[in-house]
Structure formats: C-alpha cells, structure tokens
Design a binder for this molecule. Structure first.
Ligand SMILES: O=c1ccn([C@@H]2O[C@H](COP(=O)(O)OP(=O)(O)O[C@H]3O[C@H](CO)[C@@H](O)[C@H](O)[C@H]3O)[C@@H](O)[C@H]2O)c(=O)[nH]1
Length: 410
C-alpha cells in the first residue's frame, strides 16, 4: 500500500513552553500538508503536547525519559517548573544525556519505510547536530527568538564588541561570522515583513544555511481551534467590555518575580483605573489585603493556563503589559495590540527595543532599582500606573496608527 505521507520530519523541542508551542504549531502545519511529523519529548511534557496534537492524524509522539537533576524533584521536566532561574543551566546541560536515546530513535527511523527528511531541533539541544551529521540527516536549528535578537546575540558572542567600548553609552559595532553554523538551515518564528532587513546579517553567521521565516507560527492554527475557549467566563466578560478598554498582563513562563514586585503590579494596575486581565504564574502569591474587594468586577487574576492569542484577539484588549518574550511579541504585533514593554530576562530587552524604537508599537515601563533589601522592586506601582495610562491613552492610539489630533478626529 502506498504511504499516506509525502515525507517525514522529526521535531525535537527544548522543554520550555515558549519553545514547545511554536514547534507544535509548525507540526500541525506540516501535518496538514500530509507530512508525517514525529515529535520527540519526555513523559512529563507528553501529556500537554498530546492535548494540542490529538486531532492531527500525521503527528506522532515519541517519549524518552528525562534524566534526573540533583536538587530538583522528580517529574520536573519543563523550565516552567524550575523553582528558580539558577536551575536553567543545569537543566540545559542534563539534556545532553538524551543523546544516546535520540541516536537510537534516528537509527531505527532510517531503517524504516519512512526515513526522516530532516530533523528540526532546538538550539538548546545543540548536541543533536553531531548525531544528525553522523547519520547523514540534515538538521535545521530552531531558536524560538526573532531574527534581530539572534543576530545581535551571535555577533556579541563572536566579536565581543562590549569589551572594546569605554562606556555603556558608546554604540557597539556588530559585524558577522560564528558556530552553530553547520546546521543545514534555521527555522525562524518570524516573518519577513517584520525583520527582512536583519536576515542577511543573521545568515552571515552560518556556513550557507538559509533562515526560513515561517512565523508567526501560532497563526498556522485553524481559527476553529482557537475558538475552543470562547465560552469561558473570562471570554464572556471580555465580549461585554468597551473596545480597547482592557489591559492584558502576562510575564511568560520563565521569569521569577518576587511577591513584593507582584504586589506593586497589583497596586499599579488598580491605581490606573483600567480594567485588566492578569495571568500570574506564581501559585503561592496572593493579593495584598483588601485588594480583592477593590478589583472586583474590573480585574481578572488568573493562575491557570489561558489561550493568550485568543485573549489578545478580543476587541476589548487595548494594550499588553508584557515581558516581551518573542512569542508574546508576535502575538501582540499580529493582533495589533500595543505593548507596555517590561523586559526581564534573556533577549527580552532586545525585543522591547524592536517594539518601542524599531516598530513604534509600544512604550517602555519606567524602571527603578531599590536593591537595599532582599525584596527587589524593579518597577514601582507609580511607574506601572503611569505606563498603563500612557499605553491605554494617546500613546497607544499613536502606536496603532490612529490619529489623536483634535483636527482630524470625527
Ligand atoms: O497562560 C498562558 C501563558 C502563556 N501562554 C503562551 O505561552 C507562550 C509564552 O512565550 P513567550 O511570550 O515567548 O514567553 P516565555 O515562555 O517566557 O519565553 C521564553 O522563550 C522565548 C522564545 O525563545 C524567549 O523569547 C523568551 O525570552 C523566553 O523567556 C506564548 O505563546 C503565550 O501565548 C499561553 O498561551 N497561556
């Protein structure tokens, strides 16, 4: 019998939500083209991945056990479960122990009727490149970030221009060249209209590999799939709100935020007077005393997983207070929601710069550092309140290209 597939692609995501989700969207898109997709992951991530892919007949899951890390409870197999960022590096390092099982899987596939056309694996699983080259399977690397931030990060790694400037205010000269370079190609969750001008510089770090901008990957989801959560209480409430009146708040799946800082966010949002939807990652944190009463009816605090793209696409959402993780940036830009940028870790400050200075699609939150005690507050309630008002007011309209001049309105 003829194979129902036109080809077979192996996808191996790094175990972090911001890296898994876009690759699941890519898997679904490939499956719709009758391409068989084998996703390699660990048992702790398999359950939630299955929820996403169960209705896609050509997507298969292959599980390999996650190695144990000293100091972490068993079952901690995703960076979103790490107790602090200190465990991030040990987490990345321990994945190297997956090399042998990965190699066994590829060898078996190569002997099967549907040998893989290529492997798409995450940058953090860099050791997969050697296995792929040994077995003669082209490897495409996926970073999860945008083109501009990757080009800058690679340039800094290779040329270390920061060591050559005398002050932090002196502009850096960022030329091209570097490793990771031997991948066959690079899969990028971005689109050319957004980052075309940075692609040649980024590609210059590879030995001929092309950067394939397939993003925003979440848009490969069919609209009927996105409609799943439309009946929830939150969605009902959002539908009833005035267009552009609600601020959505989320800081992604990785950053650690102290309880003191979360309290400031709560006060700042409340003081701004705008209704809000805030997704909080910390299960332990609770609202400051008396705050629950104050926000009743105008603020939703959610500690569960939400359908963020669906929320952002609601007409009621007028702004997004965001940590500027790349997925959130793409989701905001493609739904036309301006961002109040509060970068926290990783390449997020580069994304914030692209949003605010490059695209004029947002404003930056004002930071201050009160480091005297163990309770670190980086952004005060006043700064949050001021930033939200600015974004939800005149500035936000400017970001969306709407005129704020009294002479042209109405
Ligand atoms: O309740 C939730 C919480 C999150 N999301 C989704 O989860 C993803 C989060 O990704 P992102 O916004 O990129 O944040 P992080 O998970 O924190 O991203 C990590 O990975 C990104 C991609 O490499 C980097 O850009 C970031 O700096 C890094 O922190 C987005 O698609 C959100 O829509 C939901 O759908 N529901």
């Amino acid at each position: 019998m003829a194979s129902p597939f036109t080809n077979h692609v192996v996808i191996f995501p790094f175990m972090a939500q911001g890296h898994i989700l876009p690759l699941l969207d890519l898997s679904k898109a490939l499956s719709r083209q009758h391409i068989k997709v084998s996703i390699i992951t660990t048992p702790g991530n398999a359950k939630s991945i299955l929820n996403y892919i169960s209705s896609y007949p050509h997507v298969y899951l292959i599980e390999i056990p996650f190695p144990t890390i000293d100091g972490l409870p068993k079952g901690c197999e995703n960076t979103s479960q790490l107790p602090s960022m200190e465990f991030h590096l040990p987490f990345v390092n321990v994945t190297k122990q997956l090399r042998k099982p990965f190699q066994n899987i590829l060898e078996t596939m190569l002997e099967s009727q549907t040998p893989p056309l290529c492997v798409i694996s995450d940058f953090f699983l860099g050791w997969t490149l050697a296995v792929c080259r040994e077995l003669g399977v082209p490897r495409l690397v996926f970073h999860g970030m945008g083109v501009l931030s990757m080009a800058i990060i690679k340039s800094v790694w290779v040329h270390q221009p920061h060591l050559k400037v005398k002050s932090v205010f002196e502009p850096l000269n960022l030329p091209g060249g570097e490793a990771d370079a031997n991948s066959w190609g690079v899969v990028v969750n971005s689109f050319e209209e957004l980052e075309r001008s940075h692609i040649p510089c980024f590609e210059s770090f590879y030995n001929g590999a092309k950067a394939w901008c397939f993003g925003p990957l979440y848009l490969h989801e069919k609209m009927e799939d996105l409609d799943k959560s439309s009946s929830s209480m939150l969605m009902q409430w959002l539908v009833e709100q005035t267009p552009d009146s609600v601020i959505y708040v989320s800081f992604g799946t990785q950053a650690d935020i102290s309880d003191t800082q979360l309290n400031e966010v709560a006060f700042g949002l409340n003081d701004s007077g705008f209704p809000f939807v805030w997704v909080v990652r910390s299960k332990a944190w609770t609202l400051p005393v008396g705050m629950e009463e104050k926000i009743k009816g105008k603020g939703f605090i959610i500690k569960e997983w939400v359908d963020q793209p669906k929320i952002l696409s609601q007409r009621a959402i007028g702004g997004f207070l965001s940590h500027c993780g790349w997925n959130s940036v793409l989701e905001s830009v493609s739904t036309g929601v301006p961002i109040l940028a509060w970068p926290m870790i990783a390449e997020q400050s580069l994304n914030a710069k692209l949003i605010v200075d490059g695209l004029g699609a947002g404003v930056s939150v004002k930071r201050e550092k009160k480091c005297g005690s163990s309770e670190l507050v980086i952004v005060s309630r006043e700064a949050i309140c001021e930033g939200v008002r600015e974004l939800m007011g005149r500035k936000g309209k400017e970001c969306k290209g709407e005129s704020t001049s009294p002479w042209t309105s109405g």
